[in-house]
Design a protein around this ligand. Structure first.
Ligand code: NDP
Ligand code: VSD
Length: 334
């Protein structure tokens, strides 16, 4: 009996010490001087003229950032500039735009140089939101379609990231700089109708993952967001040509507004998560396909991946059956 009480006593003492230590580190933790703080920073957002990029620009303007948005259409950029300016938290903030086709390497590099000259400030945080999907079945895609998707989704990010790293290395504090990529659930798992897009978004993931480790050399932080459906103007456009099979399969995902997507992204960056997802389904897919990068929370990520280990094959049986049935339906129709 006394041995049992003694054992219980040591467990209580040991767990109290652990609890106190955890509490003390929480209370007395020094704020990282390079923690995410948009106020007075130069935030550069590709694809900032609409959808997620625009929502992000508005959110960071509210938080006191100087913002440069980059896209091709000047009309959309001008309208977005007004919207973002209305969100400023102080008069000193500068909100600018640069028009550039970011899949051309020189134009991507020049846009960033001009942004820095005009803002008279080097870029601090670079968010790569530019991109869009042109869904369709692989069999009816042309080689040009495949290339286009790689240009729009991979090279826009790769060239801007490249220009950003050149700039960060001459920044007064490279360790306060961040690169934030936007991939997609389609950068974690393949889905029918998105073959070309999946290839490009998986490529973004490979780039981000290599840079996460490589840029540790300079203390530069890298993040990547893998959203599911976002109700953006881009989604409305792609839905016009999206195969019914793709619509049926992605219907399982509830989706978020651009404002919600932007808030989730910023929260993830603030929490220093390398890999960010929108919701529970996103967490299951993200953790199941995690690979080498760090977990956001070792315990929760492990738990999510256990759930996905069971849920994914069940979900896949249904999805595969949809593809088989669509094949049968098309055969009958022809
Ligand atoms: N909407 C969704 O369901 C999902 C979207 N995503 C990804 O999130 C990101 C944002 O998507 P979303 O919110 O839908 O945005 P939109 O598709 O609504 O907007 C795309 C933005 O990117 C710009 N852009 C596209 N191509 C280029 C280019 N070559 N050079 C410069 N700018 C370009 C567009 O402007 P312009 O055309 O004038 O150049 C626009 O500002 C994208 O990378 C997308 O792939 C990921 C998962 C789901
Ligand atoms: C545990 C397992 C459950 C698995 C459920 C999987 C459901 C699939 C959801 C797909 C969501 C859409 C992807 C993003 C699309 C996209 O990037 C384009 N719309 C770009 O504009």
């Amino acid at each position: 009996m006394s041995v049992m009480i003694g054992g219980l006593h040591s467990i209580v003492v040991a767990s109290s010490i652990v609890f106190l230590l955890a509490f003390a580190t929480m209370v007395f933790r020094k704020k990282d001087k390079n923690s995410f703080e948009p106020k007075d920073k130069h935030v550069y957002i590709t694809g900032g003229s609409q959808g997620t990029g625009l929502a992000l620009a508005k959110l960071l303007a509210e938080r006191g950032a100087h913002v440069t948005i980059v896209a091709r259409s000047v009309d959309k950029l001008k309208a977005a500039q007004l919207e973002i300016s209305a969100c400023k938290s102080n008069e000193e903030q500068i909100i600018r735009y640069e028009s550039a086709d970011l899949c051309v390497p020189d134009l991507a590099a020049d846009a960033m140089k001009r942004a820095e000259q005009e803002m008279k400030k080097k870029v601090d945080y670079v968010f790569m939101c530019a991109g869009s999907a042109r869904p369709g079945f692989f069999a009816s895609a042309s080689p040009a379609d495949l290339e286009k998707e790689m240009q729009t989704d991979y090279f826009t990010a790769a060239y801007t990231a490249h220009a950003a790293v050149q700039s960060f290395l001459t920044h007064s504090s490279p360790a306060s700089c961040r690169l934030v990529f936007v991939s997609s659930v389609c950068g974690l798992m393949g889905l029918p109708g998105y073959a070309a897009y999946c290839g490009a978004k998986f490529a973004v993931r490979g780039l981000a993952e290599a840079l996460r480790m490589e840029l540790l050399m300079y203390g530069i932080k890298v993040h990547i967001y893998f959203p599911g459906t976002i109700y953006s103007p881009g989604l409305e456009e792609e839905n016009k040509t999206k195969p019914q099979l793709t619509k049926d399969i992605e219907g399982a995902d509830e989706g978020v507004t651009p404002a919600k997507a932007a808030a989730i992204l910023v929260r993830g960056v603030e929490k220093e998560h390398y890999s960010i997802s929108s919701d529970f389904t996103g967490d299951l897919i993200r953790t199941m396909t995690k690979g080498a990068p760090p977990a956001n929370n070792a315990f929760m990520d492990g738990l999510y991946s256990c759930i996905a280990w069971i849920a994914m094959p069940i979900w896949r049986m249904g999805a595969d059956a949809k593809a088989v049935n669509e094949g049968k339906r098309l055969k009958k129709a022809n």
